[in-house]
Design a binder for this molecule. Structure first.
Ligand code: G3P
Length: 222
Protein backbone atom coordinates (compact mmCIF):
# COMPACT_ATOMS: atom_id res chain seq x y z
CA UNK A 1 0.00 0.00 0.00
CA UNK A 2 1.35 3.42 -0.97
CA UNK A 3 1.47 6.17 1.68
CA UNK A 4 0.28 9.65 0.73
CA UNK A 5 -0.05 12.60 3.10
CA UNK A 6 -3.34 14.52 3.05
CA UNK A 7 -2.26 18.12 3.57
CA UNK A 8 -1.03 21.25 1.80
CA UNK A 9 1.21 22.19 4.74
CA UNK A 10 4.81 22.25 3.51
CA UNK A 11 6.38 21.64 6.95
CA UNK A 12 4.20 18.55 7.50
CA UNK A 13 4.96 17.28 3.99
CA UNK A 14 8.71 17.72 4.66
CA UNK A 15 8.40 15.90 8.01
CA UNK A 16 6.56 12.93 6.49
CA UNK A 17 8.99 12.87 3.55
CA UNK A 18 11.96 12.77 5.95
CA UNK A 19 10.76 9.37 7.20
CA UNK A 20 11.52 7.99 3.74
CA UNK A 21 8.14 6.27 3.38
CA UNK A 22 6.11 8.94 1.55
CA UNK A 23 4.83 8.11 -1.95
CA UNK A 24 2.70 11.15 -2.71
CA UNK A 25 0.48 14.02 -1.52
CA UNK A 26 -3.23 14.82 -1.77
CA UNK A 27 -4.65 18.31 -1.37
CA UNK A 28 -8.11 19.81 -1.72
CA UNK A 29 -9.49 23.37 -1.75
CA UNK A 30 -10.14 23.27 2.03
CA UNK A 31 -6.55 22.16 2.77
CA UNK A 32 -5.13 24.85 0.41
CA UNK A 33 -7.33 27.55 1.98
CA UNK A 34 -6.09 26.45 5.44
CA UNK A 35 -2.55 27.35 4.32
CA UNK A 36 -3.75 30.82 3.25
CA UNK A 37 -2.82 30.24 -0.42
CA UNK A 38 -4.73 32.72 -2.60
CA UNK A 39 -4.70 33.61 -6.30
CA UNK A 40 -3.79 31.40 -9.27
CA UNK A 41 -0.08 32.33 -9.29
CA UNK A 42 0.42 31.55 -5.56
CA UNK A 43 -1.66 28.37 -5.82
CA UNK A 44 0.46 27.11 -8.73
CA UNK A 45 3.69 28.08 -6.88
CA UNK A 46 2.50 26.14 -3.85
CA UNK A 47 1.84 22.98 -5.90
CA UNK A 48 5.29 23.42 -7.48
CA UNK A 49 6.90 23.56 -4.01
CA UNK A 50 5.09 20.35 -3.01
CA UNK A 51 6.33 18.66 -6.22
CA UNK A 52 9.89 19.74 -5.37
CA UNK A 53 9.67 18.05 -1.93
CA UNK A 54 8.03 14.75 -2.92
CA UNK A 55 8.86 12.78 -6.05
CA UNK A 56 5.47 11.09 -6.37
CA UNK A 57 1.90 11.76 -7.44
CA UNK A 58 0.55 15.10 -6.15
CA UNK A 59 -3.22 15.64 -6.37
CA UNK A 60 -4.35 19.19 -7.23
CA UNK A 61 -8.11 19.77 -7.34
CA UNK A 62 -10.10 21.71 -9.92
CA UNK A 63 -12.56 24.28 -8.61
CA UNK A 64 -14.82 24.42 -11.68
CA UNK A 65 -17.89 22.21 -11.78
CA UNK A 66 -18.61 22.38 -15.54
CA UNK A 67 -16.84 20.23 -18.18
CA UNK A 68 -15.15 23.09 -20.08
CA UNK A 69 -13.97 24.76 -16.87
CA UNK A 70 -12.56 21.50 -15.47
CA UNK A 71 -10.67 20.76 -18.71
CA UNK A 72 -9.20 24.29 -18.89
CA UNK A 73 -8.16 24.19 -15.21
CA UNK A 74 -6.90 20.62 -15.34
CA UNK A 75 -4.67 21.37 -18.35
CA UNK A 76 -3.07 24.27 -16.48
CA UNK A 77 -2.62 22.18 -13.31
CA UNK A 78 -1.09 19.27 -15.26
CA UNK A 79 1.37 21.70 -16.90
CA UNK A 80 2.83 22.70 -13.49
CA UNK A 81 4.77 19.43 -13.09
CA UNK A 82 4.80 15.90 -14.53
CA UNK A 83 3.68 14.47 -11.15
CA UNK A 84 0.49 16.52 -10.86
CA UNK A 85 -2.69 14.42 -10.75
CA UNK A 86 -5.86 16.39 -11.56
CA UNK A 87 -8.45 15.87 -8.82
CA UNK A 88 -12.00 15.94 -10.16
CA UNK A 89 -15.29 15.71 -8.22
CA UNK A 90 -17.68 12.78 -8.76
CA UNK A 91 -20.39 14.66 -10.66
CA UNK A 92 -21.74 14.16 -14.20
CA UNK A 93 -19.37 16.69 -15.81
CA UNK A 94 -16.58 15.32 -13.63
CA UNK A 95 -17.02 11.84 -15.14
CA UNK A 96 -16.89 13.37 -18.65
CA UNK A 97 -13.76 15.33 -17.69
CA UNK A 98 -12.04 12.23 -16.25
CA UNK A 99 -12.68 10.42 -19.55
CA UNK A 100 -11.23 13.39 -21.48
CA UNK A 101 -8.14 13.58 -19.24
CA UNK A 102 -7.69 9.80 -19.47
CA UNK A 103 -7.88 9.95 -23.30
CA UNK A 104 -5.28 12.72 -23.22
CA UNK A 105 -2.85 10.93 -20.87
CA UNK A 106 -3.46 13.22 -17.89
CA UNK A 107 -3.67 11.42 -14.55
CA UNK A 108 -6.80 11.93 -12.44
CA UNK A 109 -8.06 11.37 -8.91
CA UNK A 110 -11.85 11.13 -8.69
CA UNK A 111 -12.79 12.72 -5.36
CA UNK A 112 -15.88 12.87 -3.11
CA UNK A 113 -16.69 9.20 -3.67
CA UNK A 114 -19.08 7.64 -1.17
CA UNK A 115 -20.53 4.60 -2.96
CA UNK A 116 -19.52 1.63 -5.10
CA UNK A 117 -21.70 2.89 -7.97
CA UNK A 118 -19.72 6.14 -8.08
CA UNK A 119 -16.44 4.19 -7.95
CA UNK A 120 -17.50 1.95 -10.86
CA UNK A 121 -18.26 5.07 -12.96
CA UNK A 122 -14.87 6.59 -12.06
CA UNK A 123 -13.07 3.40 -13.11
CA UNK A 124 -15.07 3.14 -16.36
CA UNK A 125 -14.09 6.75 -17.17
CA UNK A 126 -10.42 5.78 -16.69
CA UNK A 127 -9.57 7.53 -13.42
CA UNK A 128 -6.03 6.82 -12.19
CA UNK A 129 -7.25 6.96 -8.58
CA UNK A 130 -10.64 6.88 -6.88
CA UNK A 131 -10.95 8.52 -3.46
CA UNK A 132 -13.57 7.00 -1.14
CA UNK A 133 -13.95 9.26 1.93
CA UNK A 134 -14.09 6.72 4.73
CA UNK A 135 -13.99 9.08 7.73
CA UNK A 136 -16.88 11.18 6.45
CA UNK A 137 -18.90 7.98 5.86
CA UNK A 138 -18.16 6.82 9.43
CA UNK A 139 -19.11 10.31 10.74
CA UNK A 140 -22.61 9.85 9.32
CA UNK A 141 -23.14 6.30 10.62
CA UNK A 142 -22.20 4.47 7.39
CA UNK A 143 -19.31 2.01 7.23
CA UNK A 144 -16.34 3.54 5.40
CA UNK A 145 -14.18 0.41 5.57
CA UNK A 146 -16.98 -1.76 4.18
CA UNK A 147 -16.84 0.46 1.08
CA UNK A 148 -13.07 -0.10 0.72
CA UNK A 149 -13.59 -3.88 1.01
CA UNK A 150 -16.38 -3.84 -1.58
CA UNK A 151 -14.39 -1.67 -4.00
CA UNK A 152 -11.40 -3.98 -3.70
CA UNK A 153 -13.63 -6.93 -4.57
CA UNK A 154 -15.31 -5.18 -7.51
CA UNK A 155 -12.09 -3.75 -8.97
CA UNK A 156 -10.36 -7.15 -8.66
CA UNK A 157 -13.23 -9.11 -10.27
CA UNK A 158 -13.62 -6.52 -13.03
CA UNK A 159 -9.88 -6.10 -13.54
CA UNK A 160 -10.14 -2.29 -13.34
CA UNK A 161 -6.82 -0.42 -13.41
CA UNK A 162 -8.04 2.43 -11.18
CA UNK A 163 -6.28 2.50 -7.80
CA UNK A 164 -8.31 2.73 -4.59
CA UNK A 165 -7.01 5.75 -2.68
CA UNK A 166 -8.56 5.62 0.79
CA UNK A 167 -9.15 9.21 1.95
CA UNK A 168 -10.65 11.08 4.89
CA UNK A 169 -8.55 9.04 7.31
CA UNK A 170 -9.20 9.87 10.96
CA UNK A 171 -6.86 7.58 12.93
CA UNK A 172 -4.23 4.82 12.96
CA UNK A 173 -6.77 1.97 12.86
CA UNK A 174 -8.20 3.35 9.61
CA UNK A 175 -4.74 2.99 7.99
CA UNK A 176 -4.28 -0.57 9.27
CA UNK A 177 -7.80 -1.58 8.18
CA UNK A 178 -7.27 0.00 4.72
CA UNK A 179 -4.08 -2.05 4.30
CA UNK A 180 -5.99 -5.18 5.29
CA UNK A 181 -8.93 -4.33 2.99
CA UNK A 182 -6.68 -4.02 -0.08
CA UNK A 183 -6.54 -0.24 -0.62
CA UNK A 184 -3.76 0.58 -3.09
CA UNK A 185 -3.08 3.93 -1.41
CA UNK A 186 -3.97 5.50 1.92
CA UNK A 187 -3.79 9.29 2.26
CA UNK A 188 -3.54 10.34 5.88
CA UNK A 189 -2.92 13.40 8.04
CA UNK A 190 0.60 13.55 9.57
CA UNK A 191 -0.71 12.69 13.08
CA UNK A 192 -2.18 9.39 11.86
CA UNK A 193 1.04 8.47 10.01
CA UNK A 194 3.16 9.24 13.09
CA UNK A 195 0.60 7.42 15.24
CA UNK A 196 1.64 4.17 13.56
CA UNK A 197 4.97 4.46 15.40
CA UNK A 198 3.48 4.45 18.86
CA UNK A 199 3.27 1.56 21.30
CA UNK A 200 3.77 1.83 25.10
CA UNK A 201 5.67 -1.48 25.17
CA UNK A 202 8.18 -0.05 22.66
CA UNK A 203 8.72 3.01 24.91
CA UNK A 204 9.02 0.90 28.08
CA UNK A 205 11.29 -1.63 26.36
CA UNK A 206 13.59 1.08 24.98
CA UNK A 207 13.83 2.76 28.39
CA UNK A 208 14.95 -0.54 29.94
CA UNK A 209 17.47 -1.18 27.14
CA UNK A 210 18.94 2.33 27.63
CA UNK A 211 19.22 1.76 31.42
CA UNK A 212 20.85 -1.64 30.91
CA UNK A 213 23.22 -0.32 28.26
CA UNK A 214 24.56 2.10 30.91
CA UNK A 215 25.28 -0.88 33.22
CA UNK A 216 26.99 -2.57 30.28
CA UNK A 217 29.22 0.48 29.71
CA UNK A 218 30.03 0.64 33.49
CA UNK A 219 31.03 -3.05 33.37
CA UNK A 220 33.31 -2.39 30.39
CA UNK A 221 34.92 0.63 32.10
CA UNK A 222 35.42 -1.22 35.47
O1 G3P B 1 -8.53 15.04 0.67
C1 G3P B 1 -9.81 14.52 0.84
C2 G3P B 1 -10.12 13.93 2.18
O2 G3P B 1 -9.05 13.18 2.67
C3 G3P B 1 -10.71 14.88 3.16
O3 G3P B 1 -10.68 14.40 4.47
O4 G3P B 1 -10.79 14.84 6.90
O5 G3P B 1 -11.80 16.50 5.30
O6 G3P B 1 -12.89 14.29 5.69
P1 G3P B 1 -11.61 15.04 5.64
Amino acid sequence: MKFFIDTANLAQIREAHSLGILDGVTTNPSLMAKEGVKGERNIFDHYKKICEIVDGDISAEVISTDFEGMIAEGKKLAAIHKNIVVKVPMIKDGVKAIKWFSDNNIKTNCTLVFSSGQAILAAKAGATYVSPFIGRLDDTGWDGLALIRELHQIYTIQNFNTQILAASIRHVNHIIACASAGAHVCTSPLDSILGLLKHPLTDAGLLKFIEDSKKMQEAVLA
